[in-house]
Design a protein around this ligand. Structure first.
Ligand SMILES: NC(=O)c1ccc[n+]([C@@H]2O[C@H](COP(=O)([O-])OP(=O)(O)OC[C@H]3O[C@@H](n4cnc5c(N)ncnc54)[C@H](OP(=O)(O)O)[C@@H]3O)[C@@H](O)[C@H]2O)c1
Length: 274
C-alpha cells in the first residue's frame, strides 16, 4: 500500500485528500492520500521520510522550501523557483511544479489567448504568468505592491503596480490574488477593474468553490467567467500521473472534479462499501 500526503500550514481545508482518494477508489488503486500540517518548512523532508511517503504535494507556505530540499528539480519548477510535488525515486526526491501546467490545461478550451492581464504577484501568479508567457500570450502583471513584481521581468512579462496601470485591453483577465477568498474584496480598484473586464473576452479567478466579487463584476461587464476548479483538478491529475508513472490526465481530472462535488459528508469520512 503506497502512502501519499499534502504537506502545508494550514492544511485542514485542503481538498487534495478528497480528490486523490476518490481517484484511488474509482480505479481500485491500493494507496492512501493523507494530509499533514508542517509548520516549519525546514522539516518537510524529515516529515516526508518519517511518514514513509511515496510522494507528496506541498502547499502554502512551503513551495520554496520544497524547491530547496528536493534532490532534483524537474521541468518548469526550475524557472518558477517553487515545487509543489515530490516523487520518491529510490533514496532521492524529484521535485515538480504542476500548478503552471494545471492552469495551462484549464485554459486550453479558450483556444489561444493572445493577451492577458494577471492580477497578483504571489505563488499562483508566478505559475499562471509563466504558463501564459510560454503559450505565447502578451502578458502583463499588476500587483498592489511593487516588490514582488521583480520576479516577472526576466520571464518576459510587463509589470505594473497600482500607481501605474496598463492602458490597453486584454483578452483574458486573471485574478490570482487572494482578494475574494474570504472577504468581499476586489483585486483592484473597482473602476479600473471594470474597464479591463468590459474589454475582456474571459475573466478567470484562481479561487474556486465560490462566486467571488471579481467574477460577479465580470458577469456584469459581459465577460465569460471561469473559476479555479479546473486548475485545481488538473494540477492534481498531473501530480497523480507523476506519482504513478502515467495515466490519462483529462480522465483523472474529471474524476477529481466529481470528487469536488460530492456531498459534505464525504469530505470528512468517505463512505465505505460492504
Ligand atoms: N485553483 C488553484 O488550483 C489554485 C492554486 C494556487 C492558488 N490558488 C488561489 O490563488 C490565490 C493566491 O494564492 P497564492 O498562493 O499566490 O497567494 P500569495 O502568494 O499569498 O499571494 C497573494 C497575492 O494576492 C495579493 N493580494 C492579497 N490581498 C489582496 C487584496 N485585498 N487586494 C489586492 N491584492 C491582494 C498580494 O498582493 P501583495 O503582494 O501586495 O501583498 C499577492 O500578490 C488564492 O486565493 C489561492 O486560493 C488557486
Amino acid at each position: 500500500m503506497k502512502l501519499f500526503a499534502v504537506l502545508g500550514d494550514p492544511i485542514a481545508h485542503s481538498l487534495s485528500p478528497l480528490m486523490h482518494n476518490f481517484v484511488y477508489r474509482q480505479n481500485a488503486i491500493e494507496a492512501i492520500y493523507a494530509r499533514a500540517r508542517v509548520a516549519d518548512g525546514k522539516r518537510l523532508r524529515e516529515v516526508f521520510e518519517t511518514l514513509g511517503l511515496s510522494g507528496a504535494n506541498i502547499t502554502v507556505p512551503h513551495k520554496e522550501s520544497a524547491f530547496e530540499l528536493c534532490d532534483e528539480v524537474r521541468g518548469i519548477a526550475a524557472r518558477l523557483g517553487a515545487v509543489n510535488t515530490w516523487v520518491k525515486e529510490g533514496d532521492r526526491i524529484a521535485g515538480y511544479n504542476t500548478d503552471a501546467e494545471g492552469f495551462a490545461a484549464s485554459i486550453a478550451p479558450l483556444n489561444g489567448v493572445k493577451s492577458a492581464l494577471v492580477l497578483g504577484a504571489g505563488g499562483a501568479a508566478r505559475s499562471i504568468a509563466l504558463a501564459l508567457i510560454e503559450s505565447g500570450a502578451d502578458t502583463a502583471v499588476v500587483n498592489r505592491s511593487a516588490a514582488r513584481l521583480e520576479f516577472f521581468k526576466p520571464l518576459g512579462a510587463r509589470v505594473f503596480d497600482w500607481q501605474n496601470l496598463p492602458r490597453e485591453r486584454f483578452d483574458l483577465v486573471v485574478n490570482s490574488t487572494s482578494a475574494g477568498l474570504k472577504e468581499d474584496d476586489l483585486p483592484l480598484e473597482k473602476e479600473a477593474l471594470k474597464a479591463y473586464l468590459t474589454g475582456a473576452k474571459t475573466a478567470y479567478d484562481a479561487i474556486y468553490g465560490r462566486q467571488t466579487p471579481f467574477l460577479r463584476l465580470a458577469l456584469e461587464c459581459g465577460a465569460a467567467v471561469k473559476d479555479g476548479e479546473d486548475m485545481l483538478a488538473f494540477q492534481g491529475a498531473i501530480a497523480h500521473t507523476l506519482f504513478f508513472g502515467g495515466g490519462d490526465r483529462a480522465k483523472i481530472a474529471e474524476t477529481m472534479k466529481t470528487a469536488l462535488r460530492l456531498p459534505a459528508s464525504w469530505r470528512q469520512s468517505p463512505p465505505r462499501e460492504g
